[in-house]
Design a protein around this ligand. Structure first.
Ligand code: GLA
Length: 729
């Protein structure tokens, strides 16, 4: 059992393979956070001896029981109103206008396995996983609010997940202003905060800043987790490397507006707050109602960022992603977007498919432009019927023609959006997110459908189902291309308008759940103007995600490296595009574009009709090679060997679970000033005694040698790269 409650001292001990998480009840009532970190084998016998001795410091409030001030204590789930005046995890205003919540312990239960979260994506357990859950019920006597703290311990995966459920058991309405998923404590200040930020085409770049007194926050108010920040932060000891040092990772399974912050108090404790963004949020909880907030996944590593990431990768790949594609290889596809944008007709698509077949590609994806009157981005989102002028055979007919060439067929949709120039808008102008009496701003000439409305959710379910039923469609790229503005619902009452962002996600999650269950054989790929909503919430429905619209291989070194802090390679879609690159004009060698794309789900995104026979042959060779490597790349353990953020090159490797093979990719990212020296790359995670032989048979080294002496990478010219693959004899 990985969760224990010691009745003698009122202490809860949660243990994973390498970590302990300890909470205790002070005076039998107040739930405190006592420890999180490296696994401990012994614990002090009473809670009082584990709380700060500053307890009676002068100048501090004496608190409601005259003995302590909660301002000094590591309250496990802090609420506003009493003597703890740091940022609370929970803040509500009750019907009488009061705003104090004072939670005390009521009861707890421990059970095997893990329950699903109602209406929200979450990790799950399978038999044999060693997952144990703990529910601790706390309550506020005066308002009769009950708060259920839910913890699940993934012993083997080395991760702890938690969420909170609120139950209004009282007589009056509760206006929840803030309800965060996580509040963790660090009992000293010696940490950096690492987070992922960027923008369109520069998603999830690694940032590091020193935590200091005050509050540091990243967030999103865009009604999506966004390109700009990710719902992830890590607290890392200064100078933590990939292999050494303490790191705490916190990753939120949510796709809407979030907040992730660290607050250092007067006494140098750090409190981590993460969850739904309280900005612009108010949730009316009526008597008898419950409110479930998203799940947060904590990972502690004493072996640097590498171990932290591998824990996230394994858990998200195996116990967050679902469906038949979770454990299978995906078809290698050609996407029409960068090949032709809106400029195509049926014959051009057929010609592309024929070329793709010659190149060994397995699926053709028809991106934007196949529906309504859409010849550019000004019209037709919402009008999900095929444009017969462009595709006379219809989608079913086109799918048949492509299938008869020997390829699968997939399509693009952007179901959450509506163009003001569309039949749908004429029929339902009130279905979009807008404020009464105020003009709506457009992004990419479009508006967002109001997914808090059940009829809009049903419309999306029906339109996507009808499209997928038109023929043999094996794949859907689900796009979402704008941020919110003038955020109003024409359906919600005035006092529920501030619920819109979260209701939107409850609606979207319902839609995705219904559709993904209705079409278990369709592969869904998420996309949001590139990787704008590539978050763990989406992975519950989409086993893969388009990482960025920036398809330049050198930019991708940074984007993919940052993304890999949390996201597994099996979910990361990586395409070979043309050179000069369509986004930034950079010229890169074909093999570098392929080598970089081989570190995720390989695909192609260029006009094959413009390539020479020799280039088509190169693609064929790349695909054959990738098919040999992809078991290791997609289902193996990732080791980051060289960071493009800290050097002039990027190198990542993947080692199969049983250490029987290793794939290495090395790519120069710099612009050469002079002749650069050779680079030595030391591998990680191999069997030291095993003999690893390269796939061309020219090299054989022991794991020990590869990990300690390393390999030389000689070609240091700009943008040159190499891939290596070894199998253990
Ligand atoms: C977004 C996506 C692209 C492409 C276009 C189509 O920008 O990220 O990959 O699908 O939309 O309009």
């Amino acid at each position: 059992m990985s969760i224990k409650f010691n009745e003698n001292n009122n202490v809860f001990i949660l243990s994973t393979k390498n970590t302990s998480y300890i909470m205790g009840l002070l005076k039998g009532k107040h739930l405190l956070h006592l420890y999180y970190g490296k696994k401990l084998s012994s614990f002090p016998s009473n809670v009082e001896s584990m709380i700060p001795s500053r307890l009676s410091a002068s100048g501090s409030a004496s608190g409601i029981e005259g003995g302590f001030s909660s301002d000094l204590l590591p309250i496990e789930y802090p609420t506003y109103g009493s003597t703890d005046l740091r940022t609370p995890a929970f803040h509500a205003v009750y019907e009488d206008g009061s705003a104090t919540t004072n939670l005390e312990y009521i009861s707890h239960t421990i059970y095997d396995g893990k329950k699903e979260l109602s209406g929200l994506p979450s990790t799950y357990s399978e038999s044999g996983d060693d997952v144990t859950s703990l529910e601790i019920k706390l309550g506020d006597k005066r308002t009769r609010l009950e708060v259920m703290l839910i913890y699940s311990v993934y012993e083997k995966f080395d991760a702890i997940v938690r969420s909170v459920n609120f139950i209004n058991d009282g007589y009056g309405t509760i206006n929840i202003k803030s309800a965060l998923s996580q509040c963790a404590y660090m009992f000293d200040k010696d940490f950096d905060i690492v987070h992922l930020s960027g923008g369109y085409g520069t998603e999830r770049l690694i940032n590091k800043t020193k935590v200091s007194h005050g509050i540091f926050t990243v967030d999103s108010k865009r009604m999506s987790s966004s390109h700009h920040h990710s719902p992830f932060i890590a607290l890392a000891r200064p100078n933590v490397s990939e292999t050494e040092g303490e790191v705490y990772g916190f990753s939120l399974i949510y796709s809407g507006d979030f907040i992730a912050g660290a607050e250092m108090d007067t006494y140098d404790n750090i409190r981590i707050n993460m969850g739904i963004n309280p900005f612009g949020f108010n949730w009316k909880l009526e008597p008898g109602d419950t409110f479930q907030i998203p799940e947060l996944v904590s990972v502690y590593s004493e072996n640097g960022f590498g171990h932290m990431s591998r824990c996230y990768h394994k858990l998200y790949r195996k116990r967050l992603c679902r469906g038949k594609f979770r454990d299978t290889h995906r078809p290698i596809l050609l996407n029409s977007w960068e090949a032709c944008y809106y400029d195509f007709n049926e014959e051009k698509i057929i010609n592309l498919a024929k070329k793709a077949k010659q190149a060994g590609i397995e699926m053709l994806v028809l991106d934007d432009g196949w529906f309504g009157k859409r010849d550019d981005d000004t019209t037709s989102l919402g009008d999900w019927y095929v444009n017969r002028k462009k595709i006379p055979s219809g989608l079913g007919g086109l799918a048949d023609r492509i299938n008869s060439i020997g390829l699968k067929f997939g399509i693009w949709m952007e179901p959450e959006m509506i163009s003001p120039q569309s039949e749908l808008y004429k029929e339902h102008p009130d279905w979009c997110i807008a404020e009464r009496g105020r003009e709506s701003s457009l992004y990419r000439n479009q508006l967002i459908l109001d997914l808090s409305r059940t009829e809009v959710q049903d419309f999306i379910i029906n339109s996507v189902s009808s499209v997928l039923s038109l023929g043999n469609i094996s794949y859907l790229k689900w796009d979402m291309n704008r941020n919110v503005s003038e955020k109003g619902s024409q359906n919600l009452p005035v006092d529920r308008q501030q619920e819109l962002s979260h209701r939107y996600y409850l609606g979207l999650y319902r839609v995705l759940d219904v559709i993904s269950k209705q079409f278990p054989n369709v592969l869904f790929e998420g996309c949001a103007a590139g990787g704008g909503r590539y978050d763990p919430g989406m992975l519950y429905y989409f086993p893969q995600y388009w990482t960025s619209d920036n398809s330049d291989a050198i930019s991708r070194l940074y984007i993919q490296y940052g993304t890999s802090l949390v996201m597994p390679s099996s979910t990361m879609v990586t395409h070979v595009s043309s050179s000069p690159n369509k986004q930034n004009g950079r010229i890169t060698p074909m093999d570098t574009r392929a080598n970089v794309a081989m570190t995720g789900q390989l695909g192609y995104e260029l006009n094959l009709l413009e390539l020479s026979d020799d280039e088509i042959l190169q693609i064929r060779t790349q695909i054959d090679a990738y098919k040999k490597y992809r078991d290791t790349v997609c289902f193996g353990d990732m080791y980051r060997l060289k960071s493009p953020f800290e050097s002039d090159c990027s190198s990542v490797s993947f080692v199969k679970d049983d250490k029987s093979s290793v794939f290495v990719m090395i790519c120069n990212s710099f612009v050469m000033k002079h002749l650069s020296p050779m680079l030595n790359i030391k591998l990680q995670g191999l069997d030291p005694k095993g003999v690893y032989v390269s796939d061309d048979g020219t090299m054989a080294y022991t794991g020990e040698f590869l990990m300690n002496r390393g390999l030389y990478f000689a070609d240091r010219r700009d943008y040159k790269s190499e891939i290596l693959y070894f199998e253990k004899q």
